[in-house]
Design a protein around this ligand. Structure first.
Ligand code: SF4
Length: 204
């Protein structure tokens, strides 16, 4: 297992119930399937060249919100298909996002999570930080990998560069039917730059 790449400051901002964010978009149609409530988390260690959201990088930037307040806002719009965690790097603050994702899932809505880490790296990191694995479990779709300017592709759905992947982590008919079921710790099939897999049984 490689070193945990989370910077020290990241541990201080990942408290259950409170989340440091850069902002929200109450209705989006470009950050996952259907109409979505998007939370842009604050803090990112990846420093991708050409990043479109550089103001999300600073760990102490943005502002702190209570996750119950975000849930209240989410519940106000019955037309929403789900919530999207973007950034910034959502996996710097997995604990409050796990709480929020679990509440959204209880409402029958879905969860999309963007990350600059790869799925494999997160699965590895989850061995020491279980809340990372929990957020993977609760994410219906994970869009992973850093933005690589050399592989920039404006035609890709949800993604900015060709190395990034749309990983279906849940077998949900409203998202991507027909996926195989297995744990995120297992191996997976890769086809056409999409990985179809399913996390463990729902433990919410
Ligand atoms: S992971 Fe996203 S927010 Fe972070 S530097 Fe890369 S493109 Fe920017």
């Amino acid at each position: 297992m490689g070193p945990d790449p989370l910077p020290d400051g990241a541990r201080q901002i990942g408290q259950t119930g409170r989340l440091r964010i850069n902002g929200i978009v109450e209705e989006s149609v470009v950050d996952g399937p259907g109409l979505r409530f998007v939370v842009f988390t604050q803090g990112c260690p990846h420093n991708c060249a050409g990043c479109h959201n550089p103001d999300t990088h600073r760990l102490g930037g943005g502002y702190v919100v209570e996750t119950p307040d975000l849930l209240r806002q989410f519940r106000e719009n019955p037309l929403l298909a789900g919530i999207t965690f973007s950034g910034g790097e959502p996996f710097l603050q997995p604990a409050p996002l796990v709480w929020l994702a679990a509440q959204v899932r209880r409402l029958g809505k879905n969860v999309v999570t963007f990350t600059g880490f790869t799925y494999e790296k997160l699965a590895d990191m989850s061995r020491e930080r279980p809340e990372i694995g929990r957020l993977l479990d609760l994410s219906d779709i994970l869009i992973d990998g850093p933005y690589l300017e050399d592989l920039r592709d404006l035609e890709l759905q949800y993604r900015g560069s060709g190395n990034q992947r749309v990983l279906t982590l849940r077998d949900r008919e409203d998202l991507r039917p027909g996926c195989r079921h297995f744990s995120y710790e297992d191996k997976y099939d890769c086809k056409n730059n999409h990985i179809h897999c399913a996390a463990r049984a729902d433990r919410v």
